[in-house]
Design a protein around this ligand. Structure first.
Ligand code: PMV
Length: 340
């Protein structure tokens, strides 16, 4: 873990990402392997910064890991998920020590901006380095995936494609960069429509959808075509092409979940009104396209120059509480390394 025998403290940062071709369903729950590929955009300035240090002197009430979130002891569920993830790293690296983990999130709470994607990407990078592992980006992505499926994508910046992979052990279920953050000046305008916590977490909802939705087989069949179309649209920087795939992918994911038993409905009334705002903008000549994740917020893809038109239209939509304008950002990076 350190060439000088002193523990290494590593701080890493990662941005959250929003899927334009959605991931919804697992082929292996234990290894967190996705049933299909997905395609996303990593965002700047909205993410996680995490510091990790493995050391014998970690002070925790139960002798385990000491985990803080935004300066306070982390909630039990959060801490358990982090400790379970650190166990994977302890196993691989043979560093049998407790860890000190300090996470700071710049993702606003209840913004539906997948803090777990940024969180596990930053944690995978910081913890693997602190344990003396020097992983290649694809290996880091496969590691982050075991914390949260979408985290595999936040290892990379800009437009990213995640592969479902075919290996049983998941070694090829990792992401890769398609187009770096600076290459195409787009924006995601987020319309926040509720401050309530989501009704059902994505893993549980995916499992229920796979088990009970009669549309799940159709969903699995449709994703590969969407990936081909989205990949081509990213390569050509074709906003209308990418936007139409993004809208249909989101609609199919939600249709599939709505048909589960009991049904899963993430939307509220404002979600529908915001979708209508996007259609109205488009009818008036602005290229704007929505996507929706496991929550009621509406995220709108547009050209950077159109964000100043899209943002006020969403802000004025009845039921929209707040808006955020997000730009493409870099992949996970180490910001500090010190021996102490
Ligand atoms: O990474 P998870 O397990 O939180 O699942 C992400 C699910 C969606 O955000 C709805 C879709 C996606 O591809 O990010």
């Amino acid at each position: 873990m350190s060439i000088f025998g002193l523990p290494l403290s590593v701080t890493a940062r990662a941005g959250t990402n929003i899927a334009l071709v959605k991931y919804w369903g697992k082929r292996d729950a234990a290894l967190n392997l996705p049933a299909t590929g997905s395609l996303s955009l990593t965002l700047a300035n909205f993410g996680s910064e995490t510091t990790v240090r493995f050391a014998p002197d970690v002070q925790s009430p139960d002798g385990g890991d000491r985990i803080t979130l935004d300066g306070a002891p982390a909630p039990a569920r959060f801490a358990e998920r982090v400790s379970r993830f650190l166990d994977l790293i302890r196993h691989e690296s043979r560093v049998g020590l407790p860890a000190e983990v300090a996470t700071h999130n710049s993702v606003p709470t209840a913004a539906g901006l997948a803090s777990s994607a940024a969180g596990f990407a930053a944690l995978a990078l910081a913890a693997s380095r602190a344990a003396g592992m020097n992983l290649a980006p694809a290996e880091l992505s496969a590691l982050a995936r075991q914390g949260s499926g979408s985290a595999a994508r936040s290892i990379f910046g800009g437009f990213v494609e995640m592969a479902a992979g075919t290996q049983r052990n998941g070694s090829d279920a990792c992401a890769q960069e398609l187009l770096p953050a600076g290459a195409w000046d787009v924006r995601l305008v987020v319309a926040i429509t509720s401050d309530a916590a989501k009704a059902i977490g994505s893993s549980e909802a995916m499992e229920r959808t796979a088990k009970t939705s009669p549309f799940y087989a159709g969903w699995l069949q449709a994703v590969p075509q969407d990936l081909i179309a989205a990949r081509a649209a990213v390569a050509a920087q074709d906003l209308a092409g990418l936007g139409s795939v993004a809208e249909r992918s989101a609609m199919r994911m939600h249709a599939c979940a709505m048909a589960a038993d009991p049904p899963i409905l993430y939307w509220n009334a404002a979600t529908l009104v915001a979708m209508e705002t996007v259609r109205r903008l488009r009818a008036a000549g602005t290229e704007a396209f929505f996507t929706i994740d496991a929550g009621p917020h509406v995220k709108v893809l547009c050209a950077a120059r159109d964000a100043e038109l899209v943002e006020p239209a969403l802000a004025a939509t009845p039921g929209v509480l707040r808006t955020l304008v997000l730009a493409p950002g870099p992949g996970a990076e180490v910001v500090r390394e010190e021996r102490r």
